[in-house]
Structure formats: C-alpha cells, structure tokens
Design a protein around this ligand. Structure first.
Ligand code: FPP
Length: 246
C-alpha cells in the first residue's frame, strides 16, 4: 500500500475548493454495535480534524454536506440530534475556529430549522465574520434541485420587473442566483462510505469537479485518507472538455 504524507503533495496543485459528502455515520455505528446517533457524534470528530487539515493544506473553501433536504424523512429524534450536534460543534469549537482564522457560511433552506438552531448558526457566523482564512460552508437542509428551482424563480422575478432581459441570461448570470454565488465551484468532491452517488449535492457547481469516492465511513475518515484524495486529484488531468489540461 502506498504511504501518503504531505511530501506527496509538494509537486501538485492544491484544490481551491473541496466539497465533502460525509456519509456512513449510521452504518459505522451499527457495525460497532451502537446506535446511529453515536455515529453522528463520532462524525463530529472527523469534521474537527478535516477542518484543521484543510487549513493546513491551504485549501481556501470547504463545503460539508451535513443535512440534506431528503434527511428530513428520518425519525425526528435523529433529525433533532444532528441539528443539536451542529449547534454544539459551532459553540464548542468557536475559539478554535477563530484561532484558525476560519470564516463560516451556510447554504440550504433554513425556514424549517428551529429558532435555537438558527440562532446558533447566526451567532457563529457573526463571531467569525472578520476572519479571512478558510471559508467553511455548511450545507444544512440543502437540496441542489431546490436551489436551482429557487434560482430560476428569483431570475424570473428580475425578468418580470425588467431589471434583466432574457438575452442577459447566461451561465454566469444564472450562477449569481445560486446560494453559492460568492464561492468558486468545487475542484474536488470527496464522498465517504463507498456509495457512488452525488445525492442532490451541488449539481450545477460540480459540473467539472474531480470526484473521489472513499470506502471509509465518515467517522473513520482520517487525514491520510484526505491526503490520498488530494494526491489522486493531483494526478488527474482536468481538461474541461478541451484537449489541453489545466
Ligand atoms: C450521513 O451518514 C451523515 C449525516 C446525515 C449527518 C452528518 C452530520 C455530522 C457529521 C455531524 C455534524 C456536522 C457538522 C458540520 C458539525 P448517514 O447517517 O447517512 O450514514 P448511513 O448512510 O450509514 O446511514
């Protein structure tokens, strides 16, 4: 087996934006004879490590898929547990995130979130608002198709009010209506747990991203697995449909 360490990355380009589908918490917990919630709890340790490591690598944007629109179909107790974990993580880690100069942002439909959760998110955002290092984007109650439909509606309002003409609509103009408008598209998507799907995550934004699937469950995803993903990314030739690599 190849041994991966930071030396593997000396030659190549570090991705600007890494997106992650943190999958496998439940299965990992069951395999340990524990409840699914235990897996989410351990998943927070992976989040902590991944954020720190992302910073070390010099990646500028990290988007984490913490809760999908479809996840609302889970039992209420599990849903509440995941949101309380996110709120607790932001509270417990706020000093450390600040020390690491992390800026935090969110994408998703927050209208369904409880007031207490919304307050925790807003507090962390405000507290870290002056930071200029890594931008940590947490996707919560997020669904990419809904985001696209919402963007279409906002765009139509502009056309109806004649602030925009149909001829002004191109890919760049459209992407300004997405919640991710301030961030570059992900260079690398990592999904854990061996599932080979995108699961309604950043469908527009992932058009040219490199995809990496790890067999590790999210709670077992360590810094060397992350390095392995970045090392593979560095081997890929990104041609964006042309014959030249970038
Ligand atoms: C997917 O595993 C994981 C989730 C739906 C929740 C992810 C949440 C965290 C890691 C904790 C909080 C996040 C932050 C940003 C602090 P799964 O339950 O679908 O696992 P399974 O596929 O094995 O059932």
């Amino acid at each position: 087996m190849a041994v991966y360490g930071p030396h593997c990355l000396n030659q190549g380009k570090i991705p600007t934006h890494v997106a992650m589908i943190m999958d496998g918490n439940g299965r990992w917990a069951m395999s340990q004879g524990q409840q699914r919630t235990w897996g989410h709890n351990e998943g927070v340790s992976s989040v902590r490590k991944v954020v720190c490591y992302t910073n070390t690598l010099g990646v500028k944007y990290l988007t984490l898929y913490a809760f999908s629109e479809e996840n609302w179909k889970r039992p209420k107790a599990e849903v509440d547990f995941i949101f309380s974990l996110v709120a607790r993580y932001l509270k417990a880690e706020i000093e450390e995130l600040d020390r690491q100069n992390v800026f935090v942002a969110y994408i998703g439909d927050f209208s369904k979130l409880g007031d207490d959760v919304q307050e925790s998110l807003a507090y962390a955002q405000k507290r870290l608002s002056k930071n200029t290092g890594l931008t940590l984007i947490i996707a919560l109650s997020y669904g990419s198709r809904s985001e696209i439909v919402h963007a279409c509606k906002s765009l139509l309002v502009k056309v109806q009010s004649e602030e925009m003409g149909i001829e002004d609509i191109d890919q760049e103009a459209f992407s300004r209506f997405l919640q991710t408008s301030s961030y570059p598209d992900p260079d690398l998507l990592i999904r854990t747990s061996g599932e080979l799907r995108i699961s309604n995550f950043l469908l527009w934004q992932l058009a040219y991203s490199e995809l990496y699937f790890s067999d590790r469950m999210w709670p077992e995803f360590e810094s060397w697995h992350y390095l392995e993903a970045v090392a593979q990314y560095q081997q890929r030739k990104r041609r964006y449909g042309t014959i030249h690599s970038h």
